[in-house]
Design a protein around this ligand. Sequence first.
Ligand code: RNT
Ligand code: ZN
Length: 421
Amino acid sequence: MKKEFVLRAYELAKEQYASLGVDTDAAIAKMKDVKISLHCWQTDDVGGFEKPDSSLGGGGIQVTGNYPGKARSIVEMKSDLEKTMSLLPGKQRLNLHAIYGDFAGQLVDRDQIELKHFQGWIDWAKKLDVGLDFNASCFSHPKSNDGFTLSSKNESIRKFWVAHVKRCRQIAAEMGKQQGSPCVHNLWIPDGSKDVPVDRGGHRAILKKSLDEIFADKYPKEYLKDAIECKLFGIGSEAMVVGSHEFYLGYAIQNNTLLCLDNGHFHPTEQVGDKISSCLLYLDELLLHVTRGIRWDSDHVVTFNEEIMLIAQEVIRCNALNRVNVGLDFFDGSLNRIGAYVIGTRAAQQAFLFALLEPTEMIKQYEEKGKSFERLAYLEGLKTMLFGAVYDKYCLDNGVAVGLDYVADIQAYEANILSKR
Ligand code: RNT
Ligand code: ZN
């Protein structure tokens, strides 16, 4: 897009927002605090590099589609990530899963992984000035096939997963130490039951015990932030998920961990945006897994929709950008994965920029005076203001493709790189 066009449109937008008392330059400047953690698993459908040609198997997450070009190695994944980041304004973080280590062709079981398997990632991230986050991988493994990991009644299985998560936290803490800022380690487990169980309480007590064992290892806060992720249901765990919202909310408050809210993990009419202000009263920090569920936890590419807008609005309205860690969690194998990555990340950024452009104080005054018509009018009016011109200016300032110019970039990357895989 022509630079003069972007600048002209921005001048108009700036004036329009100024008439509501909103400073667009300040909103753009504030975007430096919106650091989105890119989920590495978008590039390969959550396959990982434990074995050649790994693909997601078991454990309650599902990726559909076989669009060509998925990353098959760390080299390919790094190339995809660099391409993605080159099309995104601002700085991102990178969120790795334990299955993405550099195992150098060896079979390294999950309870054996070590820092050395991730040192290459740490060095690469340092060069790019990208912070790393990390996740234990308690799925797609023979020992997760019976539906229970940390809440398993089989003691050897439970111990195996406890050992895995302990190692992951140790690796994450080391990442945090080396990068000079905390690494967020998130724990999600698929544990649950397809049909109605009679011993929900038993499994939950076991999960609590496993978490207590895991978190008995203490690391400095400057290195590691622990998050735990709840879920309502999954494939194969329709009737009961052990790590439910109540389970983890309670655990997080009692043990001072972060709570991870994935907006695909609730009943479709529940809004994660509505949960943020409550959780922030009781927890120091949150982690978000921003996604888009269609009818269920389908992990579609994030779009700039009202659900995501409310999440970002609530973070900004609560003035909690420094207490909410933003990660993405979507995967769709049916379209160009790098394109999907850029669309979804830009949509999440747009939600935050949109929220930063809200004249919240003014609308709040209407609200407090019971003037609901005026409140609704402004909330609706904001939707059709010259918002796109502000996001375009943010892209221009950051030297990345403006508007839809990224489409051609991704088409070229597909023609030159992805289609040759
Ligand atoms: C699964 C959870 C979890 C995973 C990733 C791969 O339902 O959302 O966060 O998607 O860890
Ligand atoms: Zn998630």
